[in-house]
Write a protein that binds this ligand. Structure first.
Ligand SMILES: Nc1nc2c(c(=O)[nH]1)N[C@H]1C(S)=C(S)[C@@H](COP(=O)(O)OP(=O)(O)OC[C@H]3O[C@@H](n4cnc5c(N)ncnc54)[C@H](O)[C@@H]3O)O[C@H]1N2
Ligand code: MOO
Length: 414
């Protein structure tokens, strides 16, 4: 047995279930102006206050008339014009037609529109007449309520407001929406070896990529981020940052110090200040991931290795945050793909190997190639990837040509 397939590690699926069971959906809501509501989580169902479209109207620039008035021999006099926003106001004599533009209210009594390309216009005594080809009754009319009817439920709580949802709400004339308040998420890195990008590295030092990468992931969510920077490997200093984070935030995310080294204080402090929910999962990368509760917040301890920090944030923290923020998210998409390279894997932990999938245009099949060495400190394995090849805990090496599942990166990793 190798170092990394020790028994007693909690399966990833169980960890997700336990975290979901140990967090609650934020209860406070607020009203948000529609134009600021992008990415917020809807807190109540939206019923349409009106019919869409609100009136029968033309789908084409052309001519509107009563189908029953149409005659092959007699051209129709054009008695006026209807524009979008400027309805035709007069009377329409039997056999008359109206010049009409796309979106204009269909004058009462008319039922058919012909696009102008299918109309032949003549002019006699300063009066216009039109004849039409290829006419079908009721064509080119958009009926009141054919899209949405008053009272229809158009969105349900838990929906994250994408540009599509914002557009729909704008169609309905809704200026404010009730959303869940934003979660406050505190983040910090731990480690004496960490410098910030832009600083000069000393002997034995590296750059703090975890806090910055995790922050970038969180910036794609409707959360307020409290960035507490880098905390040295000092128990007292770490304790005070834990306490500050817990007093100010709903969620605390640290990176590093969750393993068993002499300067790994994270789990110890979680035990002292709160409760450890679980520690150590059958996941690769990310085995020492810790979850627990502080007096006022939920705590996620990401492992220090850079790939481990990003993968555990993605696979374990993000779904739990979604639940806390009230977001009823769709599960991640996976599709079958053929390996164009073998993958090395020891049975024991569910492995989120990174791959680059492409669509083979000849066969219509997805194929996926490894991004190379998959060590949890090899961050370049993330960069050329566009998703994971998640290999179940029990599986071993995969051969070229094997069919595997491919999981495209979620939007916060793209
Ligand atoms: N004896 C054992 N050693 C280790 C085990 C184990 O089970 N037994 N697990 C290994 C695994 S797996 C991982 S993952 C790491 C996790 O360790 P920690 O969470 O305690 O992280 P550190 O020791 O602080 O750092 C690990 C590694 O990552 C670098 N690091 C830390 N923070 C950052 C940051 N913000 N940005 C970039 N890189 C960071 C750090 O310099 C180390 O190289 O433990 C293994 N060891
Ligand atoms: O395998 Mo650790 O879990 O990420 O380096």
């Amino acid at each position: 047995m190798g170092c990394c397939d020790a028994p007693g590690l909690m399966p990833v699926e169980q960890a997700l279930t336990e975290m979901a069971a140990n967090v609650t959906n934020v209860s406070e809501t607020e009203f948000c102006e529609l134009e600021q509501a992008f990415d917020r989580i809807l807190a109540e169902a939206v019923a349409s206050p009106l019919d869409i479209p609100p009136f029968d109207n033309s789908a084409m620039d052309g001519y509107a008339f009563r189908f029953a008035d149409l005659s092959a021999d007699i051209p129709m006099p054009v008695v006026g014009t209807a524009l979008a926003g400027q309805p035709f106001a007069g009377d329409i004599p039997a056999g008359g037609c109206v010049r009409i533009m796309t979106g204009a209210l269909l004058p009462a009594g008319l039922d058919t529109v012909v696009m102008q390309e299918n109309a032949e216009l003549t002019e006699t005594d300063d009066k216009k007449y039109a004849r039409f080809a290829n006419v079908k009754a009721n064509s080119n009319v958009r009926y009141r309520g054919e899209d949405v009817s008053t009272g229809d439920t158009v969105m349900t709580p838990g929906c994250r407001l994408s540009p599509r949802h914002i557009g729909q709400l704008a169609c309905l004339g809704i200026a404010q929406v009730k959303v869940y308040r934003k979660l406050k998420v505190a983040i910090f890195s731990t480690g004496d070896e960490l410098k910030q990008p832009g600083e000069i590295l000393g002997k034995g030092e590296i750059y703090d990529s975890n806090r910055i990468a995790v922050k970038a992931m969180l910036q794609r969510l409707p959360v307020d981020i409290l960035d507490l920077g880098v905390v040295p490997d000092d128990e007292a200093k770490l304790r005070s940052v834990f306490q500050q984070a817990d007093s100010e935030a709903d969620v605390v995310i640290s990176s590093g110090g969750v393993s068993v080294g002499d300067a790994d204080y994270t789990k110890l402090l979680l035990e002292q200040l709160g409760q450890v929910g679980f520690w150590k999962l059958a996941i690769k990368p990310g085995k020492p991931f810790a979850f627990g509760a502080l007096p006022n917040s939920r705590f996620f301890g990401l492992p220090g290795n850079p790939v481990s920090a990003v993968v555990t944030c993605d696979q374990l923290v993000m779904p739990t945050l979604q639940k806390m923020m009230g977001w009823q998210a769709e599960p991640a998409i996976q599709y079958p793909a053929k390996l164009t390279s073998g993958l090395r894997k020891r049975p024991g932990r569910k492995d989120y190997q990174r791959g680059e999938a492409t669509l083979d245009s000849d066969t219509g099949q997805w194929q996926v190639v490894t991004t190379g060495a998959q060590g949890s400190a090899i961050f370049s394995s993330m960069v050329s990837a566009n998703g994971y090849v998640p290999l179940p805990a029990a599986s071993g090496n995969q051969a070229e040509g094997d069919e595997v599942w491919f999981e495209p990166f979620a939007e916060w990793l793209r």
